[in-house]
Design a protein around this ligand. Sequence first.
Ligand code: UN1
Length: 496
Amino acid sequence: MSLVTVGFDLASLTTGDIASYSPIDGRLLGRVASTTTSELNDALSQSVSAFHQWRTVPAPRRGELVRLFGAVVRKHKAELAQLITLEAGKVSSEAAGEVQEIIDICDFAVGLSRQLYGLTITSERREHHLLERWHPLGPVGVITAFNFPMAVWAWNASLALVCGNSIVWKPSEKTPLTACALFHVLNAVCASFSDAPQGLSKLIQGDRTIGEHLVKDRRVTLLSATGSTRMGREVAAQVARRFGRSLLELGGNNAMIVSPSAREDLAVRAITFSVAATTGQRCTTLRRLYIHESKYDVIISRLKKAFGSLHIGNPLSDDVLVGPLIDETAFNTMQQSLAAARVAGARITYGERVTMAGLSNGYYVRPALVELDSMIDVCKEETFAPILYVFRYRHLEQAIAQNNEVAQGLSSSLMTQDLSESERFLSAEGSDCGIANINIGPSGAEIGGAFGGEKETGGGREAGSDSWKAYMRRQTQTINYSSELPLAQGVKFDIG
Ligand code: UN1
């Protein structure tokens, strides 16, 4: 099977100013053209018209479109995953997992299309009916990063569509082809769905310049952005200036605490996966590890063994667990962070480039273990690479305080068999992150929960739970079916 049946032919993408190179070996995969500002303007006009029609289609029928989209993604799971591997360098199993996230969120959204529940509220006035309803919002702009080049758009798109909105997607300029492929899958489904208006889903390609135009445009009622905190700070300010809505999922700096009662085998596997998966390029990647002093030596020596034997290589091979970094810049940034840690007195194991026969233009690295006595500046930043900063601790309160002391607040975890420790970590005085896990690492969340974090992570929530409410507007309605006009709070206003 090939994606040509849904209108995507990689071989035909040979012209345009954006070149996509495979992180596997640096080979040119294809080219696409940047969207011009006048094309963006047309896309947004169409998006507004599409919204006006789509909002009148009953929500369960909108869900049917998402169901059909999910079905085509299921059918093409292998080809879509392979494209993710080629363009983002993700190992096969993780790439398949990313496509599975699309399928899962579609299933979730289909169910949701019959559950966009409002509230009825008891009125203080006789023969009055007070209620709250959720209505479609408008065109939703979605800016995504290279590391989850399909799933994060799908979280947004599937919810936005069942909520009655049109969508405009600006993917990372590092992964234009995966975006193009998934966009074509949805378009092919829309084309044979009688209720789907022209322009319901739009794709714009380019760098931050076109992204800025999207962010500033008043027609974009909700701007959902995933990326760095630096980018989010600009997006938030621009969108707020026009009183638009933003949904931000920005940087993480996720920690794990390994307590005295932790199961060592679970801890070592959870740590290794959370550091090395997606070559340390997830916003949920484990970046800081606090090990109780009683377990420090044993965990460190097991981690050295585990990191040392990780199978690094071509992500297209089934037995490889760690693929390449996205590009040379990512590699240089990683080496700069390691150099800064070294200058500050860190003891570093691994982190070096691993050369692969025949893949000399790919940037492969062994995940780094960086042992420190206390926090240094570089640990406060999110370096998008597999670097684990390791500390020892004596009291849980101290480790929780350290978990919380960075500016980001996405994910966190505690490995323990002790109920009171677990409850403390999950309590109001525990982790301050959007995600807090016990006996699993900070990464690899399911779509059923709300995904996102606090502080500089931006505060947005995507995917499951009631995240859909961000994609709708709430209306409070009061209906008087009496023959009087009583005023709330007992106010009298008799005009005789
Ligand atoms: C991201 O890195 O932007 O929880 C998303 C996880 C994945 C999603 C990560 N399900 O690690």
